[in-house]
Design a binder for this molecule. Structure first.
Ligand code: FAD
Ligand code: NA7
Length: 456
């Protein structure tokens, strides 16, 4: 009997899985019946912008944490698909740090080309999944959000691609409950325009804090203050941005920091990260991990140690993104097709422990990038996904870090070479700091005329 595979989520990870099966089918292999459940009306996951915050139009928690004027925070050359390049999609070189809508277009382009939409049930949320040990089948209960109809069906395999940057981690701070200004988590942030002339406090010292703070500066905030727990980001901040240690308490609109300093703020944004949260899975199957590059209990970073037929894509903290999801999806596909096998539980544990030992020895950001590159290489070597020069991508990441260190406000104007095609990226027509329009139309329309004609 044909096997049935459920994919939860049609973000970049879920789409990678759809494309992996499509690629096997095109090479003449028989593939299982696939159903991908996506709770939103469209695919693209985080890249599918939602102006709403809190609750979406179906009464579900809004998924995406992205905002207006979000431009890629890493070079696109580090995330490029090895089997669908930016050159193929855009027909000409583009810049290295495109805005959200342009990256959505790229993700969508590959997915449309491979005709996998027919497998996706949009506006359908996965409510609950059970595993029956006697039949070895998963029972998946879903709700059609347009009709309210619930449905239960059985699957041999479940692939979780629901992402882990959607459920905010919201710590408490003494006195914050009476802060009179605007207070939110980064998940609900949609744009910095209204922060002009405001004194803004961002709690956290990672990607969200860094970028939302710089966005606020770009949009004319009077001051931007970061508050860190473990250590400062340490960029060469322009006048108007400063980093202070952790908040001790709030009194009215005044925040007191652990070094005794105090400042008054109009807006506080908690950039305190996200929780791995899988409300549709029982506790023995739900991944429980901090945000790191090697979550424990996942064999080869994807197979649940508790159930050989349950897989997670993109569960890692991410230096690499789209091409890592591809590497994982191709590997999971070959496990499901029976072309690769999962070793015994003790061998799985040995493998996890060996990776964890190396993970625990990571000291620098460069070690971490190399670790993730090696992880991806290990997966690609097992499948027919095109191998690419992961060492060169690591060098691109290091160049990115150096450029950010040099100037946090101009690093997005830099360009890099594609490891997939050798194409050098084109400079965007407008420096990032003065570009206020993040639309696809603006991004391509101001291109030189002859290039636009080539595109037509
Ligand atoms: P997601 O993109 O989160 O997609 C998960 C999908 O699952 C969603 O479509 C969601 O609706 C669906 N889903 C969830 N639960 C259910 C359910 N119960 N039933 C049905 N469907 C469900 N990466 C980069 O490479 N470059 C960047 O510049 C970058 N910037 C980022 C900025 C922010 C603010 C955030 C939060 C992330 C950023 N990322 C960036 C990382 C981003 O998470 C990945 O690029 C990518 O979107 C992860 O893909 P995913 O498919 O694993 O998860
Ligand atoms: P991250 O990268 O998980 O970072 C979370 C940050 O929040 C990190 O600096 C943490 O400090 C800080 N944090 C967490 N809890 C607290 C408390 N209680 N007090 C103070 N600070 C705290 O999440 P991001 O949102 O920045 O990035 C996630 C993704 O979104 C990423 O892929 C980006 O591309 C966009 P720590 O350093 O651990 O002390």
């Amino acid at each position: 009997m044909t096997q049935r595979v459920a994919i939860i989520g049609a973000g970049p990870s879920g789409i990678a899985q759809l494309r992996a099966f499509d690629s096997a089918k095109k090479s003449g292999r028989e593939i299982p019946e696939i159903v991908c459940f996506e709770k939103q009306d469209d695919w693209g996951g985080q890249w599918n912008y939602n102006w709403r915050s809190g609750i979406d139009k179906y009464g579900e928690p809004v998924h995406s944490s992205m905002y207006r004027n979000l431009w890629s925070n890493g070079p696109k050359e580090a995330l490029e698909f090895a089997e669908y390049t930016f050159d193929e999609h855009f027909g000409r070189p583009i810049s290295s740090y495109p805005p959200r809508a342009v990256l959505w277009d790229y993700i969508n382009g590959r997915a449309e080309k491979s005709d996998v939409k027919k497998h996706v049930r949009f506006a359908t949320v996965v409510r609950w999944i059970d595993f029956d040990e006697s039949t070895n089948l998963f029972t998946v209960t879903t709700e059609d959000l347009k009709t309210g109809q619930t449905e239960t069906s059985e699957f041999d395999h479940v692939i979780v691609g629901s992402g882990h940057f959607s459920f905010p981690n919201v710590p408490d701070f003494k006195g914050i409950e009476t802060f009179p200004g605007e207070l939110m988590h980064a998940h609900d942030f949609r744009g910095a325009e209204r922060l002009a002339d405001k004194d803004v406090l961002l709690i956290g010292a990672s990607y969200s804090a860094e970028d939302i703070g710089v966005q606020s500066f770009k949009m004319g905030a009077r001051s931007v203050t970061y508050s860190y727990r473990s250590g400062p980001m340490g960029f060469d901040w322009p006048e108007g941005i400063e980093e202070l240690p952790l908040i001790d308490r709030f009194e009215g609109s005044t925040a007191y920091f652990s070094n005794g300093m105090s400042r008054s703020f109009d807006t506080v944004i908690l950039c305190t990260g996200y929780l791995h949260h899988y409300p549709f899975l029982p506790s023995d199957l739900a991944l429980d991990s901090p945000n790191n590059v090697y979550p424990d209990t996942l064999y080869r970073g994807v197979v649940s140690e508790n159930n050989d037929s349950l897989y997670y894509l993109g569960a890692q903290d991410q230096w690499f993104t789209f091409n890592m999801f591809d590497a994982q999806a191709w590997y999971v596909r070959d496990l499901i097709l029976g072309e690769l096998t999962i070793p015994s539980p003790s061998e799985q544990r040995e493998s996890i422990d060996a990776w964890l030992e190396r993970f625990n020895a990571i000291e620098t950001a460069e070690d971490e990038v190399k670790f993730q590159a090696d992880y991806i290489r290990d997966l690609i070597e097992l499948t027919d996904y095109p191998m690419f020069d992961l060492d060169e991508v690591t060098r691109t990441f290091m160049a990115w870090k150096t450029d950010k260190k040099k100037n946090i406000l101009t690093y997005r104007d830099k360009v890099y070479r594609s490891v997939m095609t050798g194409t050098m990226a084109d400079k965007h027509h407008t420096p990032w700091l003065s570009e206020l329009d993040d639309s696809m139309e603006r991004y391509v329309s101001a291109a030189p005329r002859e290039k636009l004609e080539d595109l037509a």
